[in-house]
Design a protein around this ligand. Sequence first.
Ligand SMILES: [Zn+2]
Length: 165
Amino acid sequence: MSTSAADRTPARDRAPVAATDAAAQTDRVAGDGALAIPAIARDAAGELSLIASHCSSCGLHRYPPQAYCPNDQTATQTVPLSRHGRIYEAVQVHLAPAGFQAPYLIGYVDLPEGVRVFARLAAQPGYTPRNGDPVLLRFGTVRHDPSRIGPVFEVTQDSRATSAE
Ligand SMILES: [Zn+2]
């Protein structure tokens, strides 16, 4: 054999390369304001919310949040996003990646703050996604093995999707 097992290991299965201190130090001058800010947090009532950055200078909201506004480099503040949105685009996944259970809906949701969030959608069986359908943010299982909780926008317009909660 001319190749070792290591040579044939797909890149995604190799150990991740640690970010260097130098890279971390250059984050603040990288130009796009990208820093690791948690995109999910609990509000005062203990409810999970999606978090955006907000620029007090130009009013721009960004999700995921960024430390600096891409328009004017103003330092941003974090704000919780609205739970109510509308479907911009959605598809039903029938062939799931490992760890996920198909079929499931996924797509883009437009929120009143002007951000578009890519997330799992939930609806009753037989629901056909339509542009503009209203959705409400909840959090639930988005991956089954290993189990992961994440944002799920539940379709609220279709009467069959009415939640008992
Ligand atoms: Zn700005």
